[in-house]
Design a protein around this ligand. Structure first.
Ligand code: KG4
Ligand code: ZN
Length: 333
């Protein structure tokens, strides 16, 4: 029997989830709208919001799952990577709760949890599988050998792809976070209308900083000629930017699959909510004979469901942490 409480507080979502014997029962998320007006996450404000939200969010999942704190067998929490002040709230809470209940504490790596979100719902991948992990802070191609053994085959050498979506959106004058808005606008745009240079990196690595500069220069030039250029072409611009980013992601993913001779392909992280990427993966499945795994929307962006399931998988293996573990904003993979 394993009843695990998962707590996520690495960035701007305070989230809690209960996992009972490998089944995620609920996933409550308190989002922080306050950052919108600043065009990005303000770390100090994120920390204060976590402080305000953490007790109600945890109480909610316990009540909803009809679980008394005394029924808990372990507490899983995001140890890193993330914002220090934000991680401190979740980790301090998890530690004091685990200490008072005298139950194991299970520290979780946020990016590995994004990958393990694939073990929440069926169909679940078999090991080994390839996972393209795409978020606001990371872009990695992983070979996932087990719940604890993941090898980085390639990764971005500069910006993450989520960051590229957000920065491009900012250049288009869209509010933060711009990734979902680019996705939305793309649905009515022509993805081949504008071409942006895809930077190429050796092997399975990525670079996304160049595309931002190329969009910036392109827009500057066009806006000088026509002040209304962006508003008149917003859908086509969004679709063309999205198309370029997805094409870059897919090329290396296909290379990795061929190189590793693995045909089970998964995506994870916030950008895996992108409808264009989800479609490109389905196309990759029919083209390459892949079996693809795409998480449910609620488990793409930050959530505690993925922390609770990771906690359960580590709990089964007896991989526990210590009350002395401090949060790791740059937690190594
Ligand atoms: O995993 P996540 O929620 O937080 C981090 O751990 O970073 O990822 C957030 C990132 C943001 O850059 C956001 O713009 C992007 O995921 N994102 C999207 C979409 N939904 C979220 N990007 C493109 N299309 C989307 N639908
Ligand atoms: Zn994340």
């Amino acid at each position: 029997m394993g009843v695990i409480l998962g707590i996520e507080s690495s960035c701007d979502e305070t989230s809690a989830s209960i996992c009972i014997n490998g089944k995620v029962i609920n996933n409550e998320i308190a989002s922080q709208a306050i950052h919108e007006q600043y065009g990005g996450v303000v770390p100090e404000l994120a920390s204060r919001e976590h402080q305000r939200n953490i007790v109600p969010v945890i109480n909610h999942v316990l009540t909803h799952a009809n679980i008394n704190v005394k029924d808990l067998d372990g507490i899983a929490y995001t140890r890193g990577p993330g914002l220090l002040g934000a991680l401190l709230i979740g980790s301090s809470f998890a530690k004091s709760m685990a200490a008072s209940l005298n139950i194991p504490l299970i520290p979780i790596h946020h990016m590995k949890a994004h990958v393990l979100a694939h073990f929440i719902d069926d169909p679940k991948p078999d090991f080994p599988f390839i996972c393209l992990t795409v978020s606001g802070g990371h872009t990695q191609i992983l070979r996932v050998n087990s719940a604890t053994k993941m090898i980085i085959l390639g990764q971005t050498q500069d910006d993450a792809v989520g960051e590229a979506f957000d920065k491009a959106a900012k250049l288009l004058g869209l509010p933060y976070p711009g990734g979902p808005m680019i996705d939305q606008l793309s649905k009515e745009g022509d993805p081949t209308r504008f071409a942006f240079n895809e930077s190429d990196m050796p092997d399975l690595d990525y670079s996304f900083s160049g595309i931002k500069t190329s969009i910036l220069y392109f827009l500057r030039k066009e806006v000088q000629r026509n002040n209304e250029f962006i508003s008149e072409n917003l859908h086509d611009l969004a679709a063309s930017i999205q198309h370029t980013l997805i094409s870059m992601l897919m090329k290396k993913l296909e290379l990795a699959a061929r190189q590793e001779e693995i045909n089970q392909i998964a995506i994870a992280g916030g950008v895996s909510a992108n409808s264009g990427l989800r479609y490109a993966l389905e196309q990759g499945a029919s083209k390459n004979g892949w079996k693809v795994f795409i998480p449910d929307f609620q488990y793409c962006t930050d959530n505690a469901g993925m922390i609770a399931i990771s906690g359960y998988l580590l709990y089964e293996q007896g991989e526990f942490g210590d009350l002395a573990d401090s949060p790791l904003p740059r937690m190594p993979f």
